[in-house]
Ligand binder design. Sequence first.
Ligand code: ZN
Length: 649
Amino acid sequence: MREFLIVLLVMALAGCGHDAESRAAAGDSSDTSTAVAPDEVETVPAPTGADVDVHTFANISQFRVRHADLSLRVDFEQKSLSGSVQLRVERLDPEANELILDTRDLDVKAVALNLSGSKLKEVPWRLGPRDEALGQPLLIDVSEAGRAQRFAVMVRYSTSPQASGLQWLEPRQSGDSHPFLFSQSQAIHARSWIPLQDSPQVRMTYNATIHTPPELRALMSADNDPAAARNGRFSFAMPQAIPSYLFAIAVGNLEFKAMSRRTGVYALPGVVDAAAAEFADTEAMLEIGEAMFGPYRWGRYDLLILPPSFPFGGMENPRLSFITPTVIAGDRSLVSLIAHELAHSWSGNLVTNATWRDLWLNEGFTTYFTSRIMEAVYGVDRRRMEDVLGVQDLREDLATADSGDQRLVPDLQGRDPDDVFSDIPYEKGKLFLDFLEARFGRERFDLFLQGYFDRFAFQSVTTEQFVAYLDRNLLQAEPGRVSLEEVREWIYAPGLPATAVLPESDAFDRVAAQRDNWLRGEAAARELDTDGWTVHEWRFFIDTLPVELTPAQLAELDEAFALTATGNAEIGLAWYKVAIRNDYRPAYPAIEQYLTAIGRRKLIRPLYIALMKTDDGAEFARRVYLQARPGYHPIATASIDPIVLPDES
Ligand SMILES: [Zn+2]
């Protein structure tokens, strides 16, 4: 693989990266280079008002919510949360007398002002027109508050069974004899279960009282108490100010198992022991994180293992990361996900993207930190393998994204941020930081990063603020190493800059040699030396197979390595993609089972996309999807409906 990477770099420098024939000549059928020649680079200056959050109705320059008091009842029969939120508001504009909040599908029952202590007075309010992506503004007349600098607003409401940020699971869907509820607020779904200023620029503390069926446990992104009694009433406090997308709740038959003094796992009874064993290195990761990026500022760090329908790998809800069960592989091979969610305790939760256009500030930094944590805990070989796989994923996404979305900062005006979701802010953002580390040296770059996190702790940052800070504190402080033009190319140009420092892996060189032996017919599949291969080697092996394989070749691989029957979700995804594009029918029952059991978007969406490319595949996809769809999360169906059911969506 090393030779190939060098070829690619030369291609990029020569400006011939888009050439499919050069790729084939380079010998890797799966690669899709998107390098851009320097003279093709179209660097777009930052738009004025880049700090304007186009995904909120809230008038956040006039009022700021500083604290929320929630009181909610969880009703599994009605699939609804009902109760109230009281928001403590600070007035920024003395002339303003209308407070605008974000909502989506909320049934608002009453709005009252709390002017002095506990005296509530109902005030006029109305819902504005509905926007497909943004929901509806709630406009509240707060003129009765006069010129008061601070006041509180109470909204009584209930959520809809279709709330985009909540998933209600029947007992059979949760994999337990009890129902299950969990939230997913990022990017703009908090407004579907709490009326608030739903912008990453607004931070607030919160308290909550949650009423549940007495046999269940409620958890939030707050001070969860592992010893809390199950008595139908749970109280929470979140003393650190967080943006709305980090509000989180889960309710279910959840047990707790400690992993260290300050880390533990919440999961369903059948999962909790396996999860605690799989993620036993969490404390070690936390200690590495603290050594590299400064103190962990959130108290406890626990994991909540969700049912398989959770649409993401993980969600960095503060103090309590939400985690897909699909990374419980039995051999700790997929725990980089935990490193990733933990790293968000610094990048994202502590220093937050100011708008969803700036998502790479959360995810690119976090992906970079993930690599650093994985290297420190598991060694550089594993880190390199995971880095190479990350670049493979990035190239796949760059190959299908239009040039605007290949930038680190895409234009999201008029778009739902969920629609632009890809590996680009993650992996391209990480490669940008790898590039800076390579140019300035790790020691110097770490110092810069620590300064950045101190400077912007508990604040939101735009890309342009970051660039200005970088220019002042690193580029100018260490002149002659990186130019502002190079930085701008990374951020505002499509594709992968020629300055990228691409990862290489000796372990994958050995895998490639085995693969080529087999492809040349020099060894049968069962004769290949696959001893000790982890998910990384298997993914690389499968992902770099030729696009077309014969039925006999597929059957030979399957017989030698039992790929169709794999219990590893990542190996499954890689192999099923190969099976689908070669119409390898023996794998289809397993694919159906996989698509029905799992709702993690990253694992299932690519399979639906692959299936829809042929008539037979499309028929299979539609049948399986209609059957599996009721068990998927609204966020997953929103992005798969247009693929599988284009006429209905
Ligand atoms: Zn992340």
